[in-house]
Design a protein. Structure first.
Length: 194
């Protein structure tokens, strides 16, 4: 599952580019999905996949268990009391009228910022990061391309160190596994494959 260039991603007509202006794009990944019919939206895919476009492999579940155990020990996962900023504070009236999910709705470890037809932004804020995960679906003449982008805003001097430590695991194990599961869920929902 390839990591794609920032330039490719930034050429896409997505709301996130202006919405998260000033928040560093950490990396972006993509996976091509079969095109059995035209007009499938990200929202349709999320509904077909019960709002979970990916599942966790046993290896990823183990890594997350270790990470959350360490996080609990050091208090990393508590939301900082002093900073209540959320990316949803950036929403315009137009954004609020177009979102298909109420901002702040829990989605696993994340909270929904917005979900449009072909773009969803989730966020997590704790003592290590204020991060956003974007999912976007782009239809081409021969395929669909699912993009997964991660934005990271420093919350203190620990953030760059933390990201450096987890990057190899994220890039080599977690994201490739998640994107493979997106492909499986897509095939189950739209290709009749299992």
């Amino acid at each position: 599952m390839p990591q794609v260039s920032t330039q490719e991603f930034e050429r896409l007509p997505l709301r996130v580019h202006d919405f998260l202006n000033g928040v560093p794009l950490h990396d972006v990944w993509a996976v091509d999905l079969s095109r059995t019919k035209g007009g499938i939206t990200l929202n349709e895919f999320l509904q077909a996949a019960s709002s979970r476009p990916c599942s966790l492999s046993p290896a990823v579940r183990l890594l997350l268990y270790i990470r959350f155990s360490v996080g609990k020990l050091f208090g990393w996962d508590r939301e900082p009391v002093s900073a209540r900023e959320t990316f949803a504070d950036r929403m315009t009236t137009n954004d609020r009228s177009n979102t298909l999910v109420t901002p702040g709705t829990k989605d696993g470890l994340f909270r929904v910022v917005y979900r449009f037809e072909n773009e969803q932004l989730l966020e997590v804020r704790n003592r290590t990061v204020h991060a956003a995960a974007l999912s976007a679906l782009v239809e081409t003449p021969t395929t669909y391309r699912y993009y997964f982008a991660v934005y990271v805003k420093n919350v203190d001097r620990l953030t760059p160190i933390y990201m450096t430590l987890i990057d190899p695991v994220r890039r080599l194990i977690v994201y490739p596994s998640l994107l493979r599961s997106v492909q499986v869920r897509w095939d189950q929902a739209f290709s009749g494959k299992t």
